[in-house]
Design a protein around this ligand. Structure first.
Ligand code: SAM
Length: 274
């Protein structure tokens, strides 16, 4: 069955999912040419692209950064990943990358969006080393103490904490730095953190227009400056090349680094807990 067919048959729509209320997980899925999105999501996505030209390219570069960050962590010996804000399964999911390297790699997907969790669960059936849990990252204790997390993550050993393309949904009043410190404190020495995040340091006018579009959804976006983003790695040692745009974090092809203005709209970095 094609992805598109799946969308058109609504029998899979999980409890708690409202197809008339646009969701970022489904907008992102649409930007990546996925099929798990509805008319309301597509309308907002088109306004998003109009406000921020190149959004599809930005989404692909972000996804490519996620893949390279996971591969980097694997090369550093990491075999368990806590992927928070994991999204709707699409090309290059973390467990596919990790289990290709080592079939016994463990992955816990965490997302607040019911459609993302329902599809993750459907795809993970029979895969005992991976699970998906529906929890809001603003509640670190709920994420860390969830039975699914406890079953598959060994917090005595280093793990890879992935919060890729998600912290820009956390407003300042929720204290993203404080939230990250709660996650950091749960990690063993030698663990890694990968983050990516919208910035308005460049193309400020376009970003302001995009923020306006998202303000009218349940997932407003809060871009941060490079300085503020870098502070989120407090307690981690940034690995080379430090904080750069997604495209410039250890690119492995010319496509990654193509010099287009939207290339620099999402900042990325990977840190290691000493
Ligand atoms: C852009 S997607 C990123 C997907 C994937 N990490 C990637 O980079 O390709 C962001 C995801 O974060 C999720 N999200 C937003 N706020 C969240 C929260 N408070 N707790 C957990 N997940 C959240 C959204 O539902 C969405 O699926």
């Amino acid at each position: 069955m094609s992805e598109r067919t799946v969308t058109e048959s609504l029998s899979w729509l999980p409890d708690g999912a409202n197809q008339d209320l646009p969701s970022w997980a489904r907008i992102y899925d649409y930007l990546l040419d996925g099929g798990h999105n509805f008319a309301a999501d597509r309308q907002v996505a088109e306004r998003f692209v109009a406000a921020l030209p190149g959004s599809r390219h930005i989404a692909r570069l972000n996804r490519a950064f996620l893949r390279r960050a996971v591969l980097f962590m694997i090369s550093a010996g990491i075999r368990q990943f806590l992927d928070i804000g994991s999204g709707i399964p699409t090309v290059g999911n973390v467990h596919e990358i990790a289990q290709k390297a080592d079939p016994w790699s463990h992955v816990v997907y965490v997302d607040v969006e019911p459609v993302a969790i329902a599809h993750s669960k459907a795809m993970l059936e029979g895969n005992e080393c991976v699970t998906a849990v529906q929890v809001d990252l603003n509640y670190p204790d709920s994420v860390l103490a969830h039975p699914g997390t406890r079953r598959l993550m060994n917090f005595d050993e280093p793990l890879g904490l992935l919060m890729v393309g998600v912290l820009h949904f956390v407003p300042e009043e929720n204290d993203p730095g404080g939230l990250l410190s709660r996650y950091r404190d749960a990690l063993a020495s030698g663990s890694y953190l990968a983050l990516s995040h919208f910035t308005a340091d460049i193309r400020a006018a376009e970003m302001a227009a995009m923020v306006e579009v998202m303000k009218r959804t349940k997932d407003p976006i809060y871009p941060r400056t490079r300085t503020r983003f870098t502070e989120l790695f407090d307690g981690f040692d940034l690995v080379e090349p430090g904080v750069v745009s997604t495209a410039l974090w250890r690119p492995d092809s010319q496509d990654d680094i193509a010099d287009r203005p939207e290339r620099d709209q999402i900042l990325a970095g990977v840190g290691r807990k000493p």
